[in-house]
Structure formats: C-alpha cells, structure tokens
Write a protein that binds this ligand. Sequence first.
Ligand code: G
Ligand code: G
Ligand code: MN
Ligand code: NA
Length: 251
Amino acid sequence: LYVEQGLLDAIINHELYAAYQPIVDSYGNIVALEALCRWKSQEIGDIHPDSFIPIAEETGLINELGLKMLREVCIASSLLKEEGLSHVKVHVNVSILQLNSTELVKQFMSFLDEFSISADDIVLEVTESAMHDIGTRRILRELAAAGFTIAIDDFGSGYASVSELTEPYTHIVKMDKSLLPAENSGETKRVIIDTLIQMCSRLGKSVLLEGIETEAHANFARQAGCDLMQGFLFSRPKTINELLPEIREQS
Ligand code: G
Ligand code: G
Ligand code: MN
Ligand code: NA
C-alpha cells in the first residue's frame, strides 16, 4: 500500500533514478548500457523494481515512470556523446502498457530533440508478449521506423513463440537467464539454447545472453556464437558517472 501511495510522490520528488548495467561484446568491451529503474525512498530506503514496476503498471503510473526513464536515458546518451563515446548505445525497458498510443512515438522523438541525440543511440527493450497484440506491434513498427532499435527482452521465459522473430524490426534478442545451462545441466538445456542462438543468428538478429555470472557462462556464450553478454561477471548496475571513466579507459 505504501508503494502505491508513494510512487507518484517518488516520481515528482525525483526519488526514482536509473542505474546502468554494461553490455559487453565477446572481447569484454562495453558496447551498451541497460538502464534499470531504482527507487531510493526517503522513508523506507531502497525498493526493488520487482515490487514497484507491477504496481506502476496496475495504476497507470508506468507511463510517467517510462517517460522519466527515457529522459534519463537521453541525458546519459548525450553525456556519452560529449565524451566522444557515442558508439555506446543505451537500452531502456519499455512496458507493453506504455505502447498504447501513437502519442508515445511523438513524446519519445521530442526527448531526442531536446537532448540532440538520434534514435539509433537508443535500444528499446520489450518483452516478447508485446508482439502478441496488433496495436502494440504497430507502435513498435513506428518506433523502429523512427530509428529506434528494438530488442526482445526475456526471450524464452514465457511462451517464446517464435512468431516475434519474424518481425523484421526486432534486431536484438535477449535470451532469458533461465535458459543458461548450469555446470551440472544435462544436454537438453544446452541443445535448446544453442539452437535458439543459431536460429536467431541465421535470422540476422544479434543475440544477447544475460545473467552471465561466471567464466563458465561467458565461455558458453562465446562458444555458442552469441554477440553480446550482460551480467554480474562483468559489472553490476552502477551510476553513469561511475561508468564513464571505465568506458573512457577502454576506448
Ligand atoms: O535490476 P532488476 O532488479 O533491475 O530489474 C527487475 C525487473 O524490473 C526487470 O524485469 C526489469 O526489466 C524491470 N525494470 C527495471 N527497470 C525498468 C524500467 O525502467 N521500466 C520497466 N518497464 N521495467 C523495468
Ligand atoms: O528483465 P530484465 O532483463 O530487464 O532485467 C534485468 C534484471 O537482471 C535486473 O534485475 C538485473 O539486476 C538482473 N541481473 C543483471 N545481471 C545479472 C546476473 O548476472 N545475475 C542475475 N541473477 N541477475 C542479473
Ligand atoms: Mn531488460
Ligand atoms: Na531480460
């Protein structure tokens, strides 16, 4: 109940902010950052997104939250650009509930204008369920036409219908961490993820494996021919100011 009452105030009082988790290529170089929403409440401390994103979705506040995050992401992207690091893309999670009107496309474009960045600096992560609705698909297609890169998030965690892979505007597929084989996993799990990665690659998609926590995970990802990795092995989510020097150093 506190969460519901507090969320609107939190948005107004700037208690919500973005943490950024690096996404690396097979050499370990940072090529992108994923923005993850964080809430530092004055009254009760840190609140995890798993407990406030669903409430934001139920109450409709997800629209305000989503716009705030996109604005943050545009600021981060313009900081990268100022530093000459515009090859680093910024990912932001977009709830399917935000994809309910074409107004969204205009709002997103106005943020880009405000911060003088272009749509191809930004990757929009949507869960696979966004592809199951005609209206939502139309808005995604418009966003892609405007230049945004679209990534399917948590692929393989739900129904994993392969129909979303037929959409030409989905350029990146983020495999859900539940698909990662553990050291003691049997052959079945390896065959499934190996084959999914091959299928996505042959369709011309970039494959991102998330939840990479160990060297064994990273080796698996590289051997499977996956282009991009993300996980605690490389970095936890951090502030943009913590990350800028790290990215500068490797460039
Ligand atoms: O780091 P992690 O605990 O941040 O995120 C937990 C969940 O919350 C993930 O499923 C993630 O996609 C979701 N999430 C984090 N930030 C955002 C956001 O800005 N918007 C939406 N819609 N979901 C987010
Ligand atoms: O659902 P989505 O992929 O947007 O959310 C990413 C979530 O995964 C965030 O909660 C983030 O903190 C979490 N995460 C990032 N790296 C790792 C990791 O290596 N292991 C685990 N278990 N979670 C991770
Ligand atoms: Mn995500
Ligand atoms: Na994910």
